[in-house]
Write a protein that binds this ligand. Structure first.
Ligand SMILES: [Cu+2]
Length: 193
């Protein structure tokens, strides 16, 4: 691990111009944002016995940089709209270590933190609700990873990063993340008979 410093005279041209560095920055940004799509855990092809369809509720990444850390987030529901049949279950998974999200059908709650009273907890810790009609309201509460682990600090309990909804009747069910709907974080579940 060694390096070399080239010191140029003040009048010598630099090897690269600003456009070169702008293009490199754009490439790195694209890599950060697209990489999780290759290997995420919330896509439809993920083998999982707890649900029929998976939706990624955001992606994010924390990168080490010379200046400390850098965070990047995709604030979207990926795999949207999702189509299922009546009786099937959709699972949302937040794959972002930076941002909490919610999955909210119907009326927005005054307090976005706790889940609505109809939400139960599955054996694996995921939250779960059942929606019987397009006029039902349900709210996941904040779905988020636990805080960073830090030296000398007692480890925080795991965060709840998954929310499932079982749909018993056909219909079109729009939903939002109450924290980021203004940024376009909205989705739709289409339930066939
Ligand atoms: Cu969100």
């Amino acid at each position: 691990m060694d390096g070399t410093i080239h010191v140029l005279g003040a009048s010598q041209p630099l090897p690269h111009d600003q456009a070169f560095y702008d293009a490199r920055a754009a490439d790195e940004r694209k890599d950060l944002l697209t990489e999780p799509f290759d290997s995420d855990s919330g896509r439809d092809n993920q083998p999982n016995h707890n649900h029929d369809k998976g939706v990624a509720a955001g992606f994010g990444k924390i990168s080490a940089t010379a200046g400390g850390e850098q965070e990047s987030s995709v604030v979207r529901f990926i795999s949207d709209p999702v189509q299922i049949r009546a009786g099937q279950t959709v699972e949302w998974a937040n794959n972002d270590p930076n941002l909490p999200h919610t999955i909210t059908f119907g009326t927005e709650p005054a307090n976005p933190v706790p889940p609505s009273p109809d939400v139960t907890v599955d054996a694996d810790g995921a939250r779960h609700a059942v929606i019987n009609s397009t006029s039902d309201s349900t709210h996941s509460g904040l779905i988020s990873a636990a805080g960073h682990e830090r030296l000398g600090v007692r480890q925080a309990p795991l965060g709840v990063t998954r929310f499932r909804v079982t749909f018993t009747h056909a219909g079109t069910y729009p939903y939002i993340c109450v924290l980021h709907d203004n940024l376009g974080m909205k989705g739709t579940v289409i339930v066939g008979p």
